[in-house]
Design a binder for this molecule. Structure first.
Ligand code: NAP
Length: 340
């Protein structure tokens, strides 16, 4: 059986996911598209040679009888209404992050899904689908390094534009670590603090860069994440897990080793899109397979909610300089099935 997919939002990532569904992945095809700018959606249909109907309204697309599942790739503030509409229609929905722009919005989605009685929502956190993070999780799970005690992580970008603000280091950048480290450790955050080292002269004057975010988890593991978005030299993601009896590191992306001019070197990626390109394929193929099998297993609405609550605490910690508690209600039994 082939899954008929409707896509809401035909911007950058929407077009990428449409291309994936039609050219790379198995078991699904895009039959319907919508964008706030219908002409834009119509152009994407032509450019990607789709046999897809253009809908003027996202809700009409969701309710179309021939649409089996929905991808929400519109801008963040519109996600909540489309995800709630898909739940109302009883259709599986893959929503790019953020699930909603407020923790309250995420909670409304969690409650609607629980009322429906079956998981319908997957959030577009793709790092748990990266082969490096999966290998790292397998090593931790094997017990080879004992229990994780500390994590040292970094998220570095070469540069950001002047519209990037200090809180976006949390909501746009750290948000991926917030999700993946929780998944990696199978643990929850209980508190966070943010400290600001000496500012780089390469950042716009309104931006505090770099930042160090310090988490404590429920099991007592301590995590430091450096966010440095004007590091100039490359897009670099680091994660080192210090365990009781050993250390495990996230593998570097593969790159040819070059011996030349008296130097031994490997390249560092410059563009974030290249770093996790394979993970996006695995992520969306997983969603299609799970929908066809009748049981979603990827990052859940609860994971989207946990990320939003944690991000709010991080932003509060940026402003206060204090240690801020991360307070989540207990996870409902409905979400106890592990993700990934
Ligand atoms: P984008 O290029 O701006 O695309 C968003 C598209 O949605 C635009 O065409 C926009 O139209 C349209 N849109 C806005 N409101 C809408 C509505 N109410 N109904 C239908 N369409 C609407 O942004 P993007 O980079 O693709 O990002 C989209 C989402 O994906 C964001 O939430 C972003 O955080 C997320 N994302 C996730 C990742 C990841 O690594 N997981 C990577 C990139 C993006 P207009 O341009 O006319 O407003």
């Amino acid at each position: 059986m082939s899954l008929n997919i409707g896509v809401i939002g035909t911007g950058a990532i929407g077009q990428e996911h449409i291309r994936r569904c039609n050219k790379v992945l198995q078991g699904g095809r895009v039959v319907a598209v919508n964008d706030i700018n219908a002409d834009h959606a119509a152009k994407v249909v032509i450019n990607q040679r789709l046999e897809a109907k253009v809908y003027e309204n996202g809700h009409d697309l969701i309710n179309a009888p021939d649409v089996d599942a929905v991808l929400v790739t519109s801008w963040g503030p519109s996600h909540e209404e489309f995800v709630l509409s898909a739940i109302q229609a009883g259709k599986p929905v893959f929503c790019e992050k953020p699930l909603a722009v407020t923790a309250e919005g995420c909670k409304r989605i969690v409650e609607a899904e629980a009322r429906h009685g079956k998981r319908l929502v997957q959030v577009g956190f793709m790092r748990p689908y990266d082969s490096g993070y999966r290998a790292l999780k397998a090593v931790i799970g094997s017990g080879q390094i004992g229990e994780p005690l500390m994590l040292h992580c970094a998220h570095r970008n070469p540069e950001v534009g002047d519209s990037y603000t200090t809180d976006m280091a949390i909501t746009d950048t750290l948000i991926h670590e917030i999700d993946v480290l929780r998944w990696l450790l199978d643990d929850d955050y209980v508190s966070v603090q943010v400290v600001f080292p000496r500012r780089t002269s390469n950042a716009y004057s309104h931006l505090k860069d770099p930042q160090i975010v310090l988490f404590e988890t429920a099991k007592g593991t301590r995590i430091d994440v450096e966010i440095f978005v004007n590091c100039r030299y490359g897009y670099d993601i680091q994660c080192e897990v210090v365990g009781e009896t050993g250390i495990a590191r996230l593998p570097e992306p593969s790159s040819v080793q070059l011996r030349s001019e008296a130097k031994l070197s490997t390249s560092i990626l410059m563009d974030w899109k290249d770093r996790f390109i394979d993970a996006y394929d695995v992520e969306l193929q997983g969603f299609i397979n799970d929908v066809l099998a009748g049981q979603l297993t990827g990052p859940s609405a609860w994971d989207g909610y946990a990320a939003a609550v944690t991000a709010d605490a991080c932003v509060a910690a940026q402003l206060s300089g204090e240690i801020v508690p991360v307070t989540m209600p207990p996870r409902p039994a409905f979400y106890n099935q592990p993700a990934g």
